[in-house]
Ligand binder design. Structure first.
Ligand code: ADP
Ligand code: MG
Length: 476
């Protein structure tokens, strides 16, 4: 996507670099007209008039098409929402264009492109017509690529069920919730793909998938252009409506109201609704009560924080799909270290794979450390020694003060050693640093604790399991 540069703020924006011969200019103006025709065909009249009509073309700078918008707000908005689309159409009409740069300012005085009284030419044959939901769906997010484990098996089963038989009583609405990166969007796309791939015969199921944010902007643009009726009708004509990240509607009262009505109309008409949010309906404070009530009426399924096993399986599946051999040791290392969410996990693996391909090198534990240095560091910071101490005390049912006390009775000394051991394993703190957190103990005491716990864990399977459990609880 283009960078946001103000006119005059960079070398690229000086007049010379934008200068083009007259002949070129005519050709470019024609191309711009085609880009606009494609945009119009793609987004429809209403959206086009609301957002895109004000985009003007300033010229070509190297491989960048420079377009102008009258205000910074519009520039940022159009760039964010349509930047990729505009760039895509530019690349189609003129392969020399690689990127589009969005600038704010008055359109230049050069001759404008032919206006679009009507689409100058039919949209390019290759242009995908924006079809709900297909344009918005990620091809990788299917049921086949979704790895099922304890934390997500229920949500997965519900999603499967909805994809097989939309609008089954008890499953409508389907409300999926869970923290960032746990697979909500993936499951929603999977449902949509599954429905889209249904063997013909019956009428094709029409699915509309969009984020709550997108819902809001479409609603607002409809209000502006006085086309709310079209908007309503369009939404109410689908068989399955999916709204992702519903929490975005908190505090957006008008949009919530509109959504509530759409929701009711669809459910009453026997259509399926699928919603995702970061919290359960009852915890989504700021949502209107009546909406909250209706949201909780169908099936509510949560995606729990990942476990080591799930993370490991996800990595294994993704490495296999990428066709790169990643040793089990490395998978295990990543699954232990990167515990926040699946997105980061995937990102880390992708980097490893890219690195391996780029340098034709095998993936090893060393390369993993090297390539993922920054990610791993960020993760180390996440678990604090205090947290470890708290967990360990809860687990062994002793007072937090015992972590720093001088008592040597085994029922407190052993948990203290376990906490030291975990602090060494799960944080990047040095031995002296760890010692300080445990009543200013010497670093040799910490070293001794680590050695002792390691040794015990090797001898005593129950103890090892205990440690593993604590580690997992801390990591998730
Ligand atoms: P959310 O919408 O809950 O924030 P996403 O669905 O966007 O999370 O998932 C983030 C990333 O992790 C995506 O790339 C997704 O494919 C991947 N992912 C999440 N859960 C799984 C899973 N169970 N199996 C495979 N990939 C997963
Ligand atoms: Mg999501």
């Amino acid at each position: 996507m283009g960078m946001n540069l103000e006119i005059g703020s960079s070398d690229k924006s000086n007049g010379a670099s934008l200068a083009v011969s007259w002949q070129n200019e005519t050709r470019l103006a024609e191309q711009w007209a085609r880009v606009r025709a494609c945009l119009l065909a793609e987004v429809g009249e209403v959206e086009y008039r609301t957002w895109l009509k004000q985009v003007s073309f300033a010229g070509l700078a190297g491989d960048e098409a420079v377009v102008m918008l009258p205000t910074r707000f519009l520039r940022d908005w159009v760039n964010k929402e349509y930047g990729e689309l505009i760039a895509e159409f530019w690349r189609q009409v003129n392969p020399a264009v690689k990127r589009v740069e969005f600038r704010a300012g008055a359109p230049s005085a050069r001759p404008a492109a032919p206006d679009l009284a009507e689409p100058a030419q039919p949209a390019l044959a290759a242009t995908p017509k924006r079809q709900e939901p297909v344009s918005a769906l990620d091809q990788r997010f299917t049921f086949e690529t979704f790895v099922v484990g304890k934390p997500n098996e229920f949500a997965y089963a519900c999603a499967r069920r909805v994809a097989e038989a939309p609008a089954t009583p008890g499953f409508n609405p389907l409300f999926l919730y869970g923290g960032v990166g746990l697979g909500k969007t993936h499951l929603m796309h999977a449902i949509a793909w599954e429905l889209a791939a249904r063997p013909g015969g019956g009428r094709a199921v029409s699915v509309a998938y969009m984020s709550a944010e997108r819902f809001m902007y479409r609603f607002i643009s409809a209000l502006r252009s006085q086309s709310t009726l079209e908007f309503k009708n369009e939404l109410r004509s689908v068989d399955v409506l999916m709204i992702d990240d519903l929490q975005f509607l908190i505090g957006k009262d008008n949009t919530q109201e509109e959504f509530f009505h759409t929701f009711n109309a669809l459910v009453d008409a026997g259509k399926q609704i699928v919603i995702s949010a970061d919290k359960s309906p009852s915890d989504l404070s700021g949502l209107e009560d009546r909406l909250r009530t209706r949201l909780g009426c169908g099936m509510v399924a949560d995606l729990h924080a990942t476990t080591f096993e799930l993370r490991y399986s996800i990595l294994e599946a993704k490495a296999q799909r990428a066709g790169v051999e990643v040793p089990a040791k490395v998978l295990e290392f990543l699954a232990r270290k990167i515990t926040s969410n699946n997105r980061e996990l995937e990102g880390a693996l992708n980097r490893l794979v890219a690195h391996a391909n780029l340098f034709s090198r095998q993936v090893t534990l060393d390369t993993a450390h090297e390539v993922l240095h920054d990610v791993l560091k960020a993760h180390d910071r996440k678990i604090s020694i205090q947290e470890i101490q708290k967990r360990v005390c809860e687990h062994y049912n002793i007072r937090l003060a015992e972590m720093s006390s001088a008592r040597r009775a085994q029922n407190v000394a052993r948990p203290r050693q376990v906490a030291m051991y975990l602090a060494k394993q799960l944080t990047s703190k040095s031995l002296p640093d760890i010692g300080r957190h445990f009543g200013n103990r010497d670093h040799t005491t910490v070293m001794h604790a680590v050695a002792r716990v390691t040794e015990l864990a090797e001898r005593d399977a129950a103890f090892a399991e205990d440690i593993e459990l604590l580690r997992r609880m801390l990591e998730t």
